[in-house]
Design a protein around this ligand. Structure first.
Ligand SMILES: CC(C)(COP(=O)(O)OP(=O)(O)OC[C@H]1O[C@@H](n2cnc3c(N)ncnc32)[C@H](O)[C@@H]1OP(=O)(O)O)[C@@H](O)C(=O)NCCC(=O)NCCS
Length: 136
């Protein structure tokens, strides 16, 4: 971060609960010792599927990852809080916005938003075919 940039520190959202809280271990690190982006992508996909499956009232499959930004690095021992909200639905599809915050070394004091992503899930049946979303 250059001196002209503002502080990355934020607070955890107070008005909603994370769908997932998880801590990366040394086995999740890349060759440089920081957390591997693919591990974070897996956590985001799992988190996004939770509200999607709730809205679909059953099985869903990820059909697209339409945006994914790693805003800050994640370190081994960070406590990640993953927030996921349905932002759009179609006939069979559910678009979910996912935000990941890290509490550095498990301390509440330093919180940074590390990832933002938008994923699309499709409600599927037992034969893995798409099915219409149930009415609300
Ligand atoms: C999910 C699957 C069954 C859907 O097949 P399908 O019904 O023929 O797919 P369609 O092209 O008709 O698209 C289904 C929905 O997804 C939406 N969609 C498709 N591609 C999309 C994209 N790139 N971005 C956003 N939405 C997309 C369509 O608009 C449609 O939405 P709607 O019904 O709400 O209008 C099939 O694509 C599949 O099996 N994919 C693999 C899923 C998987 O295994 N994921 C895990 C990772 S490997």
């Amino acid at each position: 971060m250059s001196a002209s940039q503002t502080s990355p520190f934020v607070t955890l959202p107070k008005d909603r609960d994370p769908v997932l809280r998880v801590m990366p271990m040394p086995a999740d690190a890349n060759v440089h010792g920081d957390v591997f982006g693919g591990w974070i992508m897996a956590q985001v996909d799992i988190a996004g599927s939770i509200p999607a499956a709730r809205r679909a009232a059953g099985r869903v499959a990820t059909i697209a990852v339409n945006s994914f930004v790693f805003k800050q690095p994640v370190f081994v021992g960070d406590l990640l809080s993953v927030y996921a909200d349905v932002v759009k639905t179609g006939t069979t599809s559910i678009t979910v916005s996912v935000e990941v915050y890290a509490q550095r070394q498990r301390l509440d004091a330093e919180v940074v938003k590390v990832t933002e992503a938008t994923l699309v899930y499709v409600a599927t049946d037992d034969a893995r075919r798409s099915r219409p979303l149930p009415a609300l």
